[in-house]
Ligand binder design. Structure first.
Ligand SMILES: *Cc1c(COP(=O)(O)O)cnc(C)c1O
Length: 462
């Protein structure tokens, strides 16, 4: 058998990776290269001949270098990205080296068991019923998709319809009730599932973007029939949390399924201080969250939980003659997620939980929230800045000189200046800057340096 040189390319990757990571704190937080430059770096004719693997890695790193967005920096506050804690990153490397196909227990015994264990730990951390089933997917988009597939299965089953067999043609109409400020991945999941965006029923929200549970009752009462209610824990702009307990009361009384999109916000359930904001979340029927956001596990890592194992498996399961299914009781991951072959992403989640422990996760979550409040307090102390949200989680939303143009210019100037990176948004029709504190390495000095940079850009832009 041919014995390849593993050490050459892997040592090169190790050196390149550790140089990159060590340089993050001092690096400007933004990509340096233009698209044109990147096309030039990577472009060229299709390679005809083999090339030394070590050089492939070295040249790849050199070509990518100026086109990387340093989102692992402690001063990256864009979107809700999060970085990667060392244990999770290293476990992800091993995952790739082991290259397990995590679809089946028979194909990846350790991966299957790690997912079972990590899924149970996560349910305990979030305070969900111990009987929930868990699926390891690519992100909250696919977690929403998987959960809504289980919901579709169950709400139609209750109306005597087997959607897996009969499809949706001729099925009772399913209403999907959503807050007016839901995440767009809900709409996309509804499209993927053939539920149709015409069947989305928006429920009014309050000034922070929270679904109004009183309004939900009125909307539900208008039509009998299968219904799914999508609550949100953590609005991407404001961090606002829907009153999930009240939503469960109203929705369950009407026989509806409650799904919770908690891509980042569900992590607040881990903190005893923040938990009251999510009161009743354990009574929902399904939950979506991400490990790659607030837990700081590398991409891609999403999680879905379901309180109805039959519905979860009913929507996802697959049996094929050439596969080896473990009907003796070990969990086959592919019964819980839409992928067939896939990487063993449970190892990195497991490593993150082992590395941080419950107290470390609570600390990460509470620290991020405190740093978001620090942003809001320090920026809000300047009378040119308006803080637009109640900073309940890790999101702060600000606006400059009450002016859309100035606000957009400041967002652009901050991105160009390089001390920190924030993204812009539109909130209630007005331009705003979003500040998301999601990185484990961010500390107070990062916030203070970033505030100074933002105020400097504001002075220069107005
Ligand atoms: C980020 C986010 C999503 C999508 O998550 P991905 O991991 O990017 O698929 C869905 N819902 C909410 C509330 C989010 O913040």
């Amino acid at each position: 058998m041919h014995v390849p040189d593993w050490k050459g390319p892997l040592a090169e990757a190790f050196d390149q990776a550790t140089d990159y990571l060590a340089g993050l704190p001092d690096r400007p937080v933004g990509p340096e290269a233009t698209a044109e430059e990147l096309h030039k770096e990577f472009g060229g004719p299709l390679p005809e001949q083999p090339h030394d693997p070590r050089l492939v890695v070295r040249e790849l790193a050199a070509a990518a270098e100026r086109g990387l967005l340093p989102s692992g920096s402690g001063r990256f506050f864009g979107f809700v990205f999060g970085g990667a804690i060392p244990a999770a990153l290293a476990a992800d490397w091993l995952t790739v080296a082991w290259d397990q196909n995590a679809g089946l227990y028979a194909a990846a015994p350790a991966a299957a068991v790690v997912e079972k264990v990590a899924g149970e730990w996560l349910a305990e951390l979030f305070g969900l019923p111990p009987t929930v089933t868990a699926g390891f997917v690519t992100g909250a988009q696919m977690a929403n998709f998987t959960a809504l597939a289980a919901a579709r299965h169950e709400v139609l089953r209750r109306f005597g319809w087997d959607v897996e067999r009969a499809g949706l043609t001729g099925a009772p109409r399913i209403q999907v009730l959503v807050g007016a400020e839901r995440h767009d991945t809900i709409d996309r999941a509804v499209r993927f599932l053939g539920l149709g965006t015409d069947n989305l029923v928006p429920v009014p929200v309050d000034d922070q973007g929270r679904m109004r549970s009183d309004a939900l009752g009125a909307v539900l009462a208008e039509e009998a029939g299968p219904a799914i209610v999508c609550a949100q824990v953590g609005n991407v702009n404001t961090g606002a949390i829907d009153p999930v307990g009240e939503i469960c009361d109203v929705a369950h009384a009407a026989g509806a399924w409650v799904h919770v999109d908690g891509a980042f916000g569900l992590w607040a359930a881990v903190s005893p201080r923040l938990r009251p904001l999510l009161a009743g979340v354990e009574r929902a029927d399904s939950w979506a969250t991400d490990a790659h956001k607030w837990l700081n596990v590398p991409y891609d890592s999403g999680l879905v939980f379901c309180a109805h194992p039959e519905a979860h498996r009913g929507a996802m399961t697959v049996r094929a003659g050439y596969l080896i299914h473990d009907d003796a009781g070990e969990r086959d991951p592919l019964d819980h997620n839409p992928e067939f072959s896939r990487r063993a992403r449970g190892f990195a989640v497991y490593a993150a939980i082992r590395s941080l422990g419950r107290t470390g996760i609570v600390d990460l979550v509470e620290r991020s929230c405190a740093l978001a409040r620090r942003f809001a307090e320090r920026l809000g102390a300047d009378d040119r800045v308006e803080v637009l949200n109640d900073v309940v989680l890790n999101q702060a939303l600000v606006r400059f000189l009450a002016d859309d143009d100035v606000t957009r210019r400041v967002v652009q100037a901050v991105q160009d200046e390089g001390t920190c990176w924030m993204s812009g948004t539109t909130w209630q029709g007005r331009a705003a800057m979003r500040i998301s504190v999601s990185n484990w390495s961010t500390d107070e000095s990062d916030v203070d340096r970033s505030v100074d940079a933002i105020l400097g850009c504001l002075t220069a832009s107005s």
